[in-house]
Design a protein around this ligand. Structure first.
Ligand code: PEP
Length: 278
């Protein structure tokens, strides 16, 4: 990442000051969704690990396979002494008990997860996850020492309604997710801007659209928690990111990485995303 990328006009405060923003470690996450049996997951994890060189460590790189594959993928990474990190795609907020089918934060900790996606639009849309649920998950994960990757993003109708409704929608999701969360918890979180109309569609937001929303997110975090916290939080873009388009997002000052779905299932393509943020 170049000095030019880091030297920019702050979007969160001191609106006109030109200063060097402390470098946030870029982060690239692969959301495997409901893909890969355990055998297939081991093959993919091994393939990614084989392509992942030591000096890529400057970019924190996180594999998020299905729950059932976590342990096997963890074993691959451990055997390879890999710097690749492990993340989950969801969690339930209770510690234990009669919650058939659910997975607790402690279970994710024990298997080695450092991150967990929450509020993905597919969880919200297909499984009825509410803003309140997202907030409970964020709080439970932070208490367990796992960094939440909080997904926010508008649908096509909201985007078409204009800039203001889009910004208000995302601000509402963000406020709800951080309800009751302190500054240190916020600083450990990652926020993923994922416009629903761009997920799995091959249609990406323009880098300028992604930057505009991420600047707004950082600004809201600054208002709520202060400048230092806002500068610490990593913001990523997700929505049909591919090796062919990732370079445009890298240029954007408030984008610290990406969350990929489709491209995360192909080791060379995924590694290209990582390399773009080096
Ligand atoms: C995602 O699932 O979060 C995602 C961004 O998917 P895709 O890259 O396939 O659009």
């Amino acid at each position: 990442m170049s000095e030019t990328r880091r030297r920019h006009t702050s979007t969160a405060s001191s609106a006109t000051a030109d200063f060097v923003v402390p470098r946030r470690r870029p982060i690239v996450l692969g959301n495997w969704k409901m893909n890969k049996t355990t055998t297939q997951a081991v093959v993919l994890a091994q393939d990614i690990s084989n392509h992942y060189y030591r000096d890529y460590d400057r970019v924190e790189t996180v594999l998020c396979p299905p729950f059932i594959d976590l342990k096997s993928v963890a074993n691959v990474l451990e055997f390879d002494r890999s710097a690749l990190r492990l993340g989950a795609q969801d969690v339930y907020w209770e510690e234990s008990g009669a919650y058939t089918g659910a997975i607790s934060p402690a279970m994710l900790v024990e298997v080695g997860c450092a991150y967990c996606i929450v509020g993905h639009s597919e969880r919200r849309g297909l499984f009825g996850e509410t803003d309140r649920d997202v907030n409970r998950k964020v709080q439970a994960l932070l208490s367990a020492g796992i960094s939440p990757v909080i997904c926010v993003g508008e649908g096509a109708a909201t985007r078409e309604a204009g800039e203001r409704p889009t910004q208000e929608f995302i601000a509402g999701q963000l406020e709800a997710a951080f309800e009751g969360v302190g500054a240190s918890g916020a600083a450990r979180s990652v926020v993923a801007y994922e416009p629903i109309w761009a997920i799995g569609t091959g249609r990406t937001a323009t880098p300028e659209q992604a930057q505009e929303i991420c600047a707004q997110i950082r600004g809201r975090i600054s208002e709520r928690y202060g400048h230092a916290t806002a500068q610490a939080v990593r913001l990523v873009y997700g929505g049909s990111v591919k090796p062919e388009n990732v370079g445009f997002f890298v240029q954007m000052p408030d984008l610290d990485g990406c969350l990929a779905g489709g491209a995360a299932l192909d080791a060379p393509a995924f590694i290209e995303l990582v390399k773009a943020f080096l």
